[in-house]
Design a binder for this molecule. Sequence first.
Ligand code: ASP
Length: 341
Amino acid sequence: MQNRRFFLKLFSAGSLGTIPFLNASAGSRERKPAKGKAVVISTWDFGKEANAAAWKTLGAGGAALDAVEQGVHVPEADPTNQTVGLGGFPDRDGKVTLDACIMDHQLNCGSVACLENILHPISVARRVMEKTPHVMLVGEGALQFALAQGFEKTNLLTPASEKAWKEWLKTSQYEPVINIENRKKEEDPKHLPGGPYNHDTIGMLALDADGRMAGACTTSGAAWKMHGRVGDSPIIGAGLYVDNEIGAATSSGLGEEVIRTCGSHLVVELMRQGNSPEESCKKAVERIVKRDPVKAKKLQVGFLALSNQGTYGAFAIHPGFTFSVKSQQTETIIAAKSWFK
Ligand code: ASP
């Protein structure tokens, strides 16, 4: 009764906007970002080399945005990595089409999708962010923009990826195999796309010494996809999201599942509600699994998150998802926990 009177009094005073616990952000864990705790994390073990490149900037007190761009350049330019950039597996028509996005500490973002013949799609995404009033450019338009910005055309289809595509054409079943990392080596003798020896998208998240966060996500997407198919990786809120008041998240795995759950945005919002990075990733995975538990047995999604305090965590549907961490104190690769064992 007393409480009710208290509320009535407050309402009648017309002071709703000033009642702290009725404020829209009540319960939110927005916090000032930590300073002096630079850290970079990225999906998969190949993220280790990418982190090392990012650390050249971060460790010297540079900006998170520059660090993530420079970091993901490493797998983008690596012809032996068949799931990102140069040497990426093509679509079913034999075309290598790239998806990438980047985001800074002020919700600025840029993205390209289905971009062909450009070595560093992440840098084109950054130009979209910085030089245009738009967020996303796709296909031919993205290519025209890249060329106008001085990027050069590069053939991204390496002989090894062309050979793998031709092998696939013999069966030509349209069933993109996406990182079923729980396969054993003997079940994946040919290092199938998405297998444990042959995995996927790089998503990188960083917090710099000044407390600024940034993220980058870049991929050649699902092998043998339909031409024009776009996954989660270039979609802000799906493959990547950064909110400096809370933290950042990224994903790897079957993009369609991540898009329909707005996965990375969901992870950040779960952190805002007070969940740790790992708990937030787990709850986002749970949404995907609960929607269709039978389908979930056959597909992989992994989320990775970094708070603006420098804490991090990950969670995946299946075992096999790993992530790499680099800070002043640490350089390590961690196996994420998973829903199915
Ligand atoms: N998420 C990417 C896509 O769906 C690929 C992957 O990470 O496996 O295009």
